[in-house]
Design a protein around this ligand. Sequence first.
Ligand SMILES: O=c1ccn([C@@H]2O[C@H](COP(=O)(O)O)[C@@H](O)[C@H]2O)c(=O)[nH]1
Length: 282
Amino acid sequence: MKNTFIDQLNRAWHSQNSLLCVGIDPDLDKLPTPLKDLSIHDAFYAFGKSIIDATAPHVCSFKPQIAYFAAHSAEDVLQDLIRYSHEQYPHIPVILDAKRGDIGSTATQYAKEAFERYRADAVTVNPYMGRDSIEPYLAYPDKGVIILCRTSNSGGSDVQFLNVQVGNETRPLYQHIAHLVAHEWNTSGQYALVVGATFPDEIRKVRAIIGDMPLLIPGIGAQGGDLKATLDAGLTHLNTGVIINSSRAIIYAKDSEDYQAAMQQAAAQTQTDINQYRNTTV
Ligand SMILES: O=c1ccn([C@@H]2O[C@H](COP(=O)(O)O)[C@@H](O)[C@H]2O)c(=O)[nH]1
């Protein structure tokens, strides 16, 4: 059985009947009250473990955002949580959201960090520095590399909507990124793209450019993205192809003793909401 990130993802989409990716973003100011008296390390570990255990039946992947851990020198907690997830739920791939980007020699270290230190199955990266800044990640052939294309924040338009001239054609930068990744850079099949649920029209345009390449789509829930429009635009002919991320709306569903049950219910509901917009279950 092949075990690349893309294979893991395909299996998880089917076996879990889920396109949902739950974010692991521990914000000190938002932690459930029962965890507030613990040390930061203990609170983050307990919170992260609660997210993983409560939502595992409902997800195709987890996505910890490294900044939430690094801001508190809690990278060791991130390591421990990814190890825990792999041990308990080996069928669920973990995407490290790090959005790294640098020259090749430094990118080599970032790749080592993501895949050897954290043992993530995939990492998000920024394409602004071009092909040679992304290539070092391909030294890990089983891993996924998810490239920012059309991000969910409104300010992304400042850059991503600028028109670029490519031969005789003019196209927005985000579409050029989609073309480059799908038709020139993705020689090993390890790449995927990030597009925001807040921009379904752009999701449709990106999908038309890239064929069946997976899309990581943040922006539903707290950012208000339209789930139906997102799925209409992003699903492939197999009714998969998308990793729909939700973080705050699920992990901070309720601040009370039963916060873990509330996370589980929010994840279950989001999984159901997503599946009702798929033509058939797979
Ligand atoms: O374009 C992007 C890329 C990444 N993100 C990340 O996704 C989650 C979204 O969290 P919510 O609480 O569901 O809004 C967060 O980790 C972001 O850093 C994104 O939002 N948009």
